[in-house]
Ligand binder design. Structure first.
Ligand code: ATP
Length: 222
């Protein structure tokens, strides 16, 4: 079975996460997609981040009724900062043993692979499903990744095996680029709307909206 893994702060989860995940699932024939909320976002201001248990609960609520979408608490249960390379190794040896893992990531984040911990190990360990939005093109992203890695003295060479599909040379792992529909939704905007007392209809599932109100998240009640 092919399994997708989508990490994120999910602060909160919204349709901009759910819809592209479904499009990637269909495009690559993934049997399941595991949503993995991060315990602590490495590159973000932690001030506005809801408690891990709340973000986890919102992911659980959002995924109800989608049998192929699984809420995975692996990073939150471990606590502290988790490196993607460690999380994926744990999944590959544990829950996802014997499955073909596709790590789902936006092209912007993938272009910065050189800033990640052990990027080459990561590339050799799992497949990547890189989402392209708007004008983004696979070739440009691939060049950015190769260039970024070169800057830190690492070499990764890819060969094109199909349109939008690359293989890392000397490995059996692939990078599949998938064009997804862009939904103009971000968690940042959702938090702003809550702060200003606006409504969240059609930005995220109603169960998540109700949870945000019930738990008074993101300063909505102030
Ligand atoms: P914030 O606004 O707080 O940065 P976010 O929703 O952009 O939050 P995450 O929750 O960390 O960020 O996102 C997890 C993954 O979902 C990332 O790979 C991100 O690129 C992707 N993502 C987020 N919003 C969208 C969207 N509207 N369309 C497609 N992908 C998205």
């Amino acid at each position: 079975m092919r399994t997708g893994v989508l990490g994120g702060t999910f602060n909160p989860i919204h349709f901009g996460h759910l819809r592209p995940a479904e499009e990637v699932r269909q495009a690559l024939g993934l049997g399941q997609v595991r949503f993995v909320p991060l315990a602590l976002p490495a590159h973000k201001d932690n001030g506005d981040v809801a408690p891990a248990e709340d973000r986890l609960e919102m992911v659980r609520l959002a995924l109800e009724g989608y049998p192929e979408f699984i809420c995975d608490a692996i990073e939150i249960e471990r606590g502290g900062v988790s490196y993607t390379v460690d999380t994926l190794a744990a999944l590959a040896e544990g829950e996802c043993r014997g499955q073909e893992i596709f790590f789902i990531i936006g092209a912007d984040a993938f272009s910065l692979l050189n800033t990640w911990r052990e990027p080459l190990k990561l590339l050799k360990m799992v497949n990547f499903a890189v989402t392209l939005r708007g004008e983004q093109r696979a070739e440009g992203v691939r060049e950015a990744v190769e260039g970024g890695l070169k800057e830190i003295g690492l070499t990764a060479a890819f060969t094109e095996i199909r349109d939008n599909s690359f293989q890392l040379i000397e490995s059996d792992k692939v990078i599949e680029f998938v064009s997804v529909n862009t939904l103009d939704i971000s968690a940042t905007r959702i938090r702003e709307i809550v702060r200003s007392g606006g409504g969240l209809h059609n930005l995220l599932p109603p169960s998540v909206e109700a949870f945000i109100i019930r738990r008074d998240l993101y300063g909505g009640a102030v």
